[in-house]
Design a protein around this ligand. Structure first.
Ligand code: UD1
Length: 362
């Protein structure tokens, strides 16, 4: 064993899994230097929200699952903290790696830093400047207490510096999710997802929707669905439905909109295939704004802010909020052949995990 360093990666929700995969693969190249453990908080627990990602992305099964499940924010965050503290005391890691902006991220970072364990935040510095989003609170707080801040783009560095973070802690390493995307693109391209859904390439749009600000609010979700109904007269819309959204659609009786094909959440590779082949995306996800920029697919983001402004300035992304008319207008531009074209941001090249591990090694 000698002076091998022990690193714990903490993940919990679906968008964490494609971020830990490349890091775990890279750390795995240096078994004499690093011992890695993966802790799953259990924030997401359905097979199709969690296990299928570990299988497809070849992530080692979590060494530990905290099994916290769903709950109110305080309850979920608190449970993760109680359980993760026990793990830290037992395992005594040299470093804890946290990813993105979910409740599992802040919970694990807060526990670690108070035990004097160094914390690295992968995907640091992103800001929507909208503090009504739970993720924004998670981002601001996690960045304030982390020792290593790995940012995806220059705006991340700028935000951190404005908040008084010292420059020595900030490393622009590129976008970790793009590592997974480029690594898996060929594999995804070989699947046949479209025919079973009765779709042909470039002749459908894909929707994802799960932000509380959109789906928990009756007026907002209805505004979005009003636009979808109009758009779906010109192009079929496929909608893999997030569990939160499914509950709310039932509540607001929105589950029979014509022209929208409702399906269960997809695996990573199936979803990538669906995204690669669509004409455009409609989404309120953070990660999809980035993935569509790398795939050169126009993206209409159903939010009025984004913590990923480089997808607007460089990429294919446009903010349409939950404004019925704006959503329709931008979708029609795409349908008429005038979709937005973009460039790929620097360092979104599939080498981000390698850069992170090099920095940790130094
Ligand atoms: C969380 C993240 C969000 C991320 C999203 C991706 C926070 C604050 N939010 O939101 O940033 O974009 O994950 O999915 O961390 N549920 C299931 N099965 C599951 C997971 C969730 O049924 O496997 C249900 C829960 O019971 C709950 C709802 O979905 O009612 C929401 O789950 P939760 O983890 O609280 O937040 P997300 O909306 O998924």
């Amino acid at each position: 064993m000698g002076n091998k360093r022990k690193i714990i990666s903490v993940v919990g929700a679906r968008p964490n899994f494609m971020k830990v995969a490349p890091i775990s693969r890279e750390l795995g190249k240096y078994p004499d230097r690093y011992q890695q453990l993966i802790v799953h908080t259990g924030q997401h627990y359905d097979e199709n929200m969690s296990k299928v990602f570990f299988d497809q992305l070849d992530i080692p099964m979590p060494n530990i699952n905290l099994g916290v499940g769903a709950g109110k924010h305080g309850e979920q965050t608190g449970k993760i903290m109680i359980e993760f503290e026990k793990i830290c005391l037992e395992e005594k890691p040299d470093l804890v790696l946290v990813y993105g902006d979910v409740n599992s991220t802040i919970a694990a970072a807060l526990v670690s830093v108070k035990l004097g364990i160094r914390v690295a935040h992968v995907e640091a510095g992103l800001r929507s400047f909208d503090r009504s989003m739970p993720e924004e609170i998670n981002r601001v707080l996690t960045d304030a207490i982390s020792d290593y801040l790995f940012t995806p783009s220059p705006d991340g560095d700028e935000n951190l510096i404005k908040e008084g973070v010292s420059k020595e802690k900030i490393y622009m390493v590129g976008n970790i999710m793009v590592d997974s995307l480029l690594f898996n693109k060929e594999k995804a391209a070989q699947l046949d997802v479209l025919s079973s859904l009765g779709l042909s390439a470039k002749k459908y749009a894909v929707l994802t929707l799960h932000r509380p600000g959109n789906v928990d609010n009756e007026e907002n979700i209805k505004n979005i669905f009003a636009a979808l109904e109009v758009i779906s007269e010109r192009i079929p819309i496929v909608f893999p439905v997030h569990p939160r959204t499914e509950k709310m659609m039932r509540k607001f009786k929105l589950n029979q909109t014509k022209g929208i094909k409702l399906i269960s959440p997809l695996s990573y590779l199936e979803f990538l295939n669906l995204m690669m082949n669509c004409q455009f995306m409609l989404t309120d996800s953070g990660g999809i704004q980035e993935e569509t920029t790398v795939l050169d697919i126009p993206c209409l983001t159903l939010r009025d802010t984004t913590e990923r402004p480089i997808t607007l300035s460089h990429g294919t992304n446009i903010l349409v909020a939950n404004d019925t008319d704006k959503i329709i207008k931008e979708a029609e531009k795409i349908l008429d052949g005038n979709g937005k074209k973009g460039k790929h941001p620097d360092l979104w090249d599939g080498q981000t995990a390698q850069r992170i591990v090099e920095i940790l090694t130094k």
